[in-house]
Design a protein around this ligand. Structure first.
Ligand SMILES: [Zn+2]
Length: 487
């Protein structure tokens, strides 16, 4: 049995003005054929799960292509057509195949397609034929569209946020496809979309209403005739017709029962709609609260969530920290210009810089800082543990650390890399316990890395392209009604 393995993953923020080009995939991750194995085999990612799942289920994995880029604006037509074209060509050249394990994100938007992933599924189904087994894995933030459920043989979605079960889900996909090809199961699936949105911080699966929903998903998944169950809370930083959460039930042979169970779970979600909303403190209140709390407090910069398409250079929290005179904080900013200035000045030299706030006018102004260049690094680090996103090898580009006279450590980097791994700062010799406040550009995902070294984590309602609640955006293409936007 020979099963192809391919991935093409991007979460596209339609409120971001930064298009996602081929270069961003090259800077992110883009491997062809066997080259993807050393990058992904040991990663806590579904592609790692596909590869190890092949061994567990006794089939040959045929690696085709894996592409992923840091979330940003919609993918350009050039980048989309190149990558999807290369996947098709790789499949044609792969020799005889019995199936495909495919990792898509589920919230990709391209210049031409509001559901890039639906388009990809359609092209693949057309090329491979109606009966060819395709098991699709999606991110928990997928905006699941009908084509992502009607066209694959089975669809499996992560169940954790921060996403720490990705490798396990990949292994689940491998088991499903092996049993399908061997004729042991006949997957059929159904989707139901509850008409609501879950506030980004309420999508946390560690506690609260979404933890309750996922416990129910886990319970239902044990039912003998059910093969897999998923709940995707969706990605509301995309103004697209398929935006919104989804329940997906994969049953063995009985589509009617799958549909009824999807509806029941959707009602279970709907019943919790009020608990799924939230109101967060603004920067002034959050910095005050953090300063008064003992130990190291992490502030989540929700409006500049790099993992959701934020630019990574928002300065609202830095400006507020300086204004309130809190000492010994940590701020990481994407600012390639400032990195180059530090490199020109050299280690131990004093620099005066205007940092951050350079991508656009929605994420604060550049902030003047003065301090000593403490380190210059190539910005590469490795994360061996399961962390959100599942990547093993990370690269934030040339990076400098500036220590200001207020004792702040300002980390400046050259590639937008989301704060999912604590090794992003540990690799620079920064010890979390010496920091009063650490800021992380995310909402919920950085918790897996930052919670263990913080006495408290406070999500902050900062402005930006990933501002915390959906009520902060103007939508033109989203479905209606969706609670709480439409009462
Ligand atoms: Zn996600």
């Amino acid at each position: 049995m020979r099963i192809a393995v391919a991935g093409f993953m991007h979460e596209s923020n339609t409120f971001s003005g930064t298009p996602t080009t081929l270069q961003q995939f090259q800077e992110g991750s883009l491997q062809y054929g066997a080259d993807l194995i050393p990058v992904w085999k040991d990663a806590h990612h579904e592609v790692g799960g596909f590869l190890v799942g092949a061994e567990e289920n006794g089939f040959e994995a045929v690696p085709v292509l894996m592409a992923s880029a840091t979330p940003s604006g919609p993918v350009t037509t050039e980048a989309y057509e190149k990558i999807v074209g290369d996947i098709m060509e790789g499949l044609r050249k792969a020799g005889p195949l019995d199936g495909l394990l495919l990792a898509l994100h589920g919230a990709m938007v391209t210049e031409a397609h509001t559901s890039g992933d639906g388009e990809t599924m359609e092209r693949l189904r057309k090329a491979l034929g109606p009966d060819f087994p395709i098991v699709l894995s999606l991110d928990l933030h997928a905006n699941v569209s009908p084509r992502m459920v009607e066209l694959p043989t089975a669809t499996v979605i992560y169940r954790t946020y921060p996403h720490i079960d990705q490798r396990y889900r990949g292994r689940e996909c491998a088991s499903l496809i092996a049993r399908t090809v061997r004729g042991k199961i006949r997957p059929v699936q159904a989707m139901c979309k509850p008409p609501l949105l879950l506030h980004i911080v309420q999508q946390y699966t560690g506690s609260g209403p979404t933890a309750e929903i996922m416990a129910e998903v886990e319970r239902v998944a044990q039912t003998p005739w059910i093969l897999s169950v998923s709940f995707a809370p969706a990605f509301y930083y995309a103004d697209v017709p398929d935006m919104g959460p989804a329940v997906v039930v994969v049953a063995d042979g009985d589509a009617g029962r799958a549909g009824a169970e999807a509806q029941r779970l959707s009602d279970f979600v709907w019943a919790r709609r009020e608990a799924l909303t939230a109101k967060l403190p603004g920067p002034a209140e959050a910095v005050r609260e953090a300063a008064a709390h003992p130990g190291t407090v992490s502030l989540m910069d929700c409006g500049d969530n790099i993992g959701g398409g934020g630019p990574g250079d928002s300065t609202f929290l830095l400006a507020e920290i300086l204004k309130q005179g809190v000492r010994d904080c940590l701020v990481v900013l994407y600012d390639p210009e400032a990195v180059q200035a530090c490199i020109r000045a050299g280690v131990r030299e004093t620099v005066r810089l205007e940092v951050g706030g350079k991508t656009d006018d929605r994420h604060g102004k550049p902030v003047p800082i003065e301090g000593q260049v403490r380190m210059i690094s190539d910005g590469k680090y490795m994360e061996p543990e399961p962390r959100h996103g599942g990547k093993r090898f990370w690269d934030m580009g040339p990076t400098s650390v500036v220590e200001t006279k207020e004792g702040h450590l300002i980390v400046l980097n050259s590639l937008r890399e989301a704060p999912m791994s604590l090794h992003q700062i540990l690799c620079l010799g920064i010890r979390p316990e010496t920091r009063k406040i650490m800021t992380a550009k995310g909402a919920t995902a950085p918790r897996a890395a930052y919670e263990p070294v913080s006495t408290k984590v406070i999500p902050v309602d900062t402005p930006g392209v990933t501002a915390a609640g959906p009520e902060q955006f103007t939508y033109h293409r989203r479905p209606k009604p969706l609670y709480p936007l439409d009462r």
